[in-house]
Write a protein that binds this ligand. Structure first.
Ligand code: NAG
Ligand code: NAG
Length: 467
């Protein structure tokens, strides 16, 4: 394909003078493929805005020129080191690797128990302040060491192998196990928290959630400059978020539909109905948070990504429990039939974590011996042991726990000043493919203020908390 690309190449100078001449006083000459030229030509008659259309052509072009992001030998060595630590016994990697990673697994350890000990994962807001502090500190060290960068690239590298099929959940579980182990190298007491986004979705408008303040996730609008990931960078600049533009967080009806199903095939692609599709549900918060989180390539740079994915893993675990109890299906043997050659087939090796097959991810010992989940909070005690003001409270008339609103603290949301989407144009950034888009429910950052006011007006038993 590289050949065709070059055969089609014309040498053209694309003058970005408009953007650059004031500062750099130079032209940028690049090799442009025929498809880009056609795109530029078509954009001249664009019914919307020719300039935006042209920028979009260039964005595609730059994307196709992006550096190769396949994993390096150092990344592979890092994962091998981590695997050895996790197994608690030496692994003969020469035998394991064989020819291009296709060798047998002669001495595969059983990984039945974690050498770093059992841990219990909790909702982020239910961590004690010490737990949260230690987690944030381990994340920070991982960021400074380039470990976050490594995991972000690992995630980006598997998009064509472990999305869009039944190995999605299995690989996601293994990815989080590795990530949690990586953090536990910095602090053996750290565990991975999860972000139960239905707690925010049940608010008047999730943009108003206390999560988007420095004490929790930091700001949700623009470059991240507050909270634990303040000023984190990657090769495209600062970590960014543009929350509340589209899609929704995970909703309780979505979860109920998933829990009403019996087989992994019922919630996995390609067999699942869209309404029970775990990948569709997963894409929601990616789109809702926007910015880096909305791209496969850069999502892994945001700490929120790991906590959202841990919640997906939590939903799967609840689903597995219901399979056992309600459907008499044993989840450790329930895997859809997939053609052998597919990266989703049951016995295919996982990409990156090649010590494991997709089947290994569905075994029971991970959540029996390695980790388990503390339940999502339920009314009436939504925040046991929390200091005041508690980040979660019980919305009695809905019998649902909801996140604290910044309005309750008298904080006027910053989004009052957010400009309408048509008046702001953000320079496209070279961040690659987006998560598929999912439906929203009409509540956006632009309605956050009126949603909060309406909720305050309408609230019946709850108005004690809205000052
Ligand atoms: C892997 O472990 C070896 C031995 O402890 C160490 O020398 C090496 O730097 C590690 N590699 C990576 C990428 O962490
Ligand atoms: C809620 O606020 C309204 C308006 O201030 C008031 O009339 C109503 O009694 C309040 N409800 C409760 C349960 O306090």
């Amino acid at each position: 394909m590289a050949m065709t690309w070059y055969l089609q190449v014309l040498i053209v100078s694309v003058c970005l003078k408009q953007c650059l001449s004031q500062t750099l006083n130079q032209q940028i000459c690049i090799m442009v493929p025929q498809s880009t030229l056609q795109c530029m030509k078509d954009s001249e008659i664009s019914p919307t805005n020719p300039m935006f259309a042209q920028i979009s052509c260039l964005q595609d072009l730059f994307w196709s020129l992006r550096p190769d992001r396949s994993l390096s030998e150092i990344d592979a060595e890092y994962i091998r080191n981590l695997t050895s630590t996790m197994s608690g016994q030496p692994i003969d990697w020469r035998e394991h690797l064989g020819v291009s990673g296709q060798g047998k697994m002669p001495n595969k350890p059983n990984f039945l128990y974690p050498s770093s000990g059992y841990r219990k994962r909790k909702e982020f807001r239910l961590m004690t302040s010490t737990e949260r502090l230690r987690f944030n500190e381990a994340m920070k060290r991982a960021y400074l060491d380039g470990v976050i960068d490594r995991f972000a690239r690992i995630h980006a590298s598997i998009v064509y192998f472990h999305y869009n099929g039944p190995s999605f959940l299995s690989w996601n579980r293994m990815f989080l196990i590795y990530f949690e182990e990586a953090l536990r190298r910095y602090d053996p007491n750290v565990f991975l928290p999860y972000w139960a986004s239905p707690l925010d979705n049940a608010m008047d408008n999730p943009v108003n959630s206390v999560l988007w303040t420095p004490a929790y996730f930091g700001n949700g609008e623009g470059p991240v400059v507050s909270g634990p990931a303040a000023y984190w960078r990657h090769d495209q600049g600062f970590l960014r978020r543009y929350y509340g533009r589209r899609s929704t967080l995970v909703t309780r009806p979505q979860i109920r539909r998933i829990y009403s199903k019996c087989r992994l095939a019922d919630i996995s692609r390609p067999t699942a109905d869209l309404r029970n599709d775990i990948e569709y549900l997963t894409a929601g918060p990616h789109n809702w948070l926007g910015g880096d989180m909305n791209t496969y390539e850069y999502a892994g740079y945001d700490p929120v990504f790991y906590m959202h994915r841990a919640y997906i893993d939590y939903i799967w675990e609840e689903f597995r429990e219901k399979q056992r109890v309600r459907c008499s299906v044993e989840p450790s043997t329930d895997y859809p039939e997939v053609p052998m050659a597919s990266s989703h087939s049951r016995h295919a090796r996982m990409k990156v974590f090649s010590m494991f097959t997709n089947n290994d991810g569905i075994l029971n010992h991970w959540t029996n011996n390695w980790y388990s989940y503390e339940n999502e909070p339920e009314c009436p005690d939504c925040c046991p042991g929390c200091n005041n003001p508690a980040p979660l409270r019980c919305k009695r008339w809905q019998n649902a726990c909801v996140s604290r609103s910044t309005w309750a603290d008298g904080l006027i949301p910053s989004q009052v000043s957010v400009q309408s989407p048509t008046s702001v144009f953000q320079m496209p950034r070279n961040r690659g493919a987006l998560f598929e888009s999912t439906f929203g429910d009409g509540r956006t950052i632009y309605t956050a203020v009126e949603d909060a006011l309406a909720a305050a007006r309408n609230s019946q038993p709850d108005n004690s908390t809205i000052v």
